[in-house]
Ligand binder design. Structure first.
Ligand code: SAM
Length: 282
């Protein structure tokens, strides 16, 4: 691995330029990719999404990961990734494909696996929500570089500006923390905004909320109108569930005039539980 040419040389030799549409912003500093990799590796199996020229891939392998599978949508990077595979002693598998369409859980029988990625901004949030909603959960930790603002929203606590749907969903199945921030200047080419690496550690099974789809509906409704009282913002959804919004809030022991940003995560679970109980009773 250490005999491979520098990433800058690799990009130049293969005439690889960044494509905006695929959210391509590369990390060419291996000290930085090592720092990210150390949060996930070593481990038996790590799935890396969007390896691009493979800086993070090299770091994951260097950190003694037994098996790394990379999923890359842009075929231009396959020869470069193959160069890494050639010196990786069968520890690297390359998949050309769209991570939005690939079932990561099916990539290996190893459980739990880990997910590590410097994600394209245009699909990052969607991918993280997909992996959080997986049933059963197949990972124990995800280490993800995202737009700083999105990372902050995943890790946010109630009564802060960043608290919203993403925080409730993520923290209903995982413990989240921002490991470190990365300035835009660390990427080639630099994106418009800074980034951050977020770590999501799965909660023990009995602490995870079991129905993220239902929570997604409730949080979308509540935070869709975040300045409004819950009595107002949840009214249309209450109608869909054939319940009076006041009865719903009472059953969940929530004051009608509260706004969603002050509501603790377990209170969103209480709201979802009322609907689950109601459906079960039928
Ligand atoms: N990991 C590399 C690095 O750190 O230098 C590249 C990161 S770049 C921000 C995002 C990468 O994801 C690009 O290589 C891009 O081609 C790839 N990508 C974009 N959309 C994708 C998708 N839907 N599925 C898989 N890979 C994708």
């Amino acid at each position: 691995m250490n005999n491979l040419p520098s990433l800058t040389a690799v990009l130049k030799a293969h005439d690889l330029f960044a494509k905006k549409g695929l959210g391509q912003h590369f990390l060419l500093d291996l000290n930085l990719t090592d720092k990210i990799a150390r949060l996930a590796a070593p481990h038996d199996f790590i799935a890396e999404i969007g390896p691009g020229p493979g800086g993070l891939t090299r770091s994951l392998l260097n950190a003694n990961t037994k098996q790394v599978v990379v999923v890359e949508k842009d075929p231009r990077f396959l020869p470069v990734l193959q160069q890494i595979a050639n010196v990786a002693d069968d520890r690297l598998t390359i998949i050309e494909g769209d991570a939005l369409k690939i079932d990561l859980a099916a990539l290996s029988d190893v459980r739990p696996m880990r997910v590590c990625a410097n994600l394209p901004y245009n699909v990052g949030t969607k991918l993280v929500i997909n992996w959080l909603s997986a049933n059963p959960i197949f990972w124990d930790r995800m280490v993800i570089m995202l737009q700083k603002e999105v990372a902050e929203r995943l890790a946010a606590k109630p009564s802060t500006k960043a608290y919203g749907r993403l925080a409730v969903l993520a923290q209903s199945v995982a413990q989240t923390h921002i490991a470190f921030e990365v300035p835009a200047s660390a990427f080639t080419p630099p994106p418009k905004v800074d980034s951050a690496v977020i770590v999501l550690d799965i909660l023990p099974q009995d602490k995870r909320y079991p129905d993220l789809k239902l929570l997604a509906r409730i949080t979308a409704s509540a935070f869709g109108q975040r300045r409004k009282m819950l009595r107002k913002s949840l009214k249309p959804l209450a109608k869909d569930f054939s319940i009076e919004v006041e009865d719903w809030l009472d059953a969940a022991e929530i004051e009608h005039s509260l706004r969603p940003e002050t509501l603790e995560i377990h209170k969103f679970h209480a709201l979802a539980n009322v609907i689950r109980d109601k459906t079960r009773d039928k």
